[in-house]
Design a protein around this ligand. Structure first.
Ligand SMILES: C[S@@+](CC[C@H](N)C(=O)[O-])C[C@H]1O[C@@H](n2cnc3c(N)ncnc32)[C@H](O)[C@@H]1O
Length: 293
């Protein structure tokens, strides 16, 4: 993360739509504006808030979770994941417009944009703490506070890729914003992900039917066209384990003291399995791929 706040990039703002009337947004002074005169200031931390009228019931990640995510990702522990995600994004050509839904600090999108030199990017996230970080994640990216369970403040058909990494998936909105040849790339945890920490730290288990539920939620809108996996072993010290646990929902039911005590009982170097699936989807019903094969 750099200390410099990049200008709001017109080409990235051109991907956005007004959350009030749905018309196109453009850069206007210090913020963005639509032809109907609805305007949205840019926060001094760099992000723009484009929530529907009445706001959102979803606050997203807390300041503490985001701080832990920044630290854990900056240490490079998920570099392999970001690299595999970028490979999947580039497998169908180099995109020009990429959106990361529930994109958090923007670190994964930044890794993708580094390999797509003419692309611009947008992070959507419900957490203003995450959006503050994402606003500085990459000079060709902008950060928007938005609720991805609602209508996205994004133009229809404007995007070449949508990314969703460990975040909520909205198939209907993904299909609406993707160009016809666009792709969705989803990263989800597999059953063995962080398995060594689940028992000793009392973490939540990965839903064993996650893959099935993912297919069911996206199924009416998108069909899987490619899949790959990241399987690696991290060796983490206790502070790294704490940030890993702190950045996710795994241990919300435990107090900080309980967690610290449980981490203290682990070996000084903890071997932790990273096991995630990276799946690419194209617009269309699953039956279309069956019929084509
Ligand atoms: C587990 S984090 C993953 C963040 C990022 N994709 C990454 O892998 O570093 C889940 C993210 O989804 C965001 N989120 C949760 N509910 C959301 C919603 N309804 N709309 C937008 N973002 C949401 C959270 O604020 C958080 O940043």
């Amino acid at each position: 993360m750099t200390g410099t706040l990049p200008d709001l990039l017109p080409a990235a703002v051109a991907l956005l739509a007004c959350p009030v009337c749905g018309e196109d947004l453009t850069v206007a002074g210090p913020g963005v504006r639509c032809p109907q005169g609805h305007s949205f200031d840019r926060a001094r931390q760099g992000h723009v808030t484009l929530l529907p009228a009445g706001g959102s019931p979803h606050a997203g990640d807390s300041a503490g979770m985001v701080a832990d995510r920044v630290d854990f990702l900056a240490a490079g522990h998920y570099a392999e994941l970001t690299s595999t995600l970028a490979d999947a994004v580039l497998a169908n050509g180099v995109p020009r417009a990429v959106l990361d839904a529930g994109g958090g600090t923007g670190a994964h999108l930044a890794g993708v944009l580094d390999r797509a030199p003419r692309a611009v990017g947008v992070v959507l996230d419900a957490s203003r703490y995450a959006a503050r970080r994402a606003a500085r994640a990459h000079p060709r990216a902008i950060a928007v506070v938005a609720d991805t369970w609602s209508r996205w403040p994004v133009r229809s058909g404007a995007l070449d890729r949508v990314l969703v990494v460990f975040a909520p998936r909205n198939g209907a909105e993904t299909v609406r914003v993707l160009a016809p040849e666009g792709r969705l790339v989803v990263v989800t945890p597999a059953a063995e992900h962080l398995a060594e920490l689940v028992g000793p730290l009392g973490l939540l288990h990965v839903d064993p039917d996650k893959a099935g539920r993912l297919a069911a939620t996206l199924g009416p809108h998108l069909r899987p066209v490619a899949a790959t996996a990241v399987r690696e072993e991290l060796v983490l010290d206790h502070p790294a384990v704490r940030t890993l646990v702190g950045m996710g929902p795994h241990a919300r039911h435990r107090t900080a003291d309980e967690l610290a005590a449980a981490i203290g009982r682990l070996p000084a170097s903890v071997r932790v399995t990273v096991s995630v699936d990276v799946t690419t989807y194209a617009p269309g019903r699953p039956s279309e791929s069956a019929a084509a094969s």
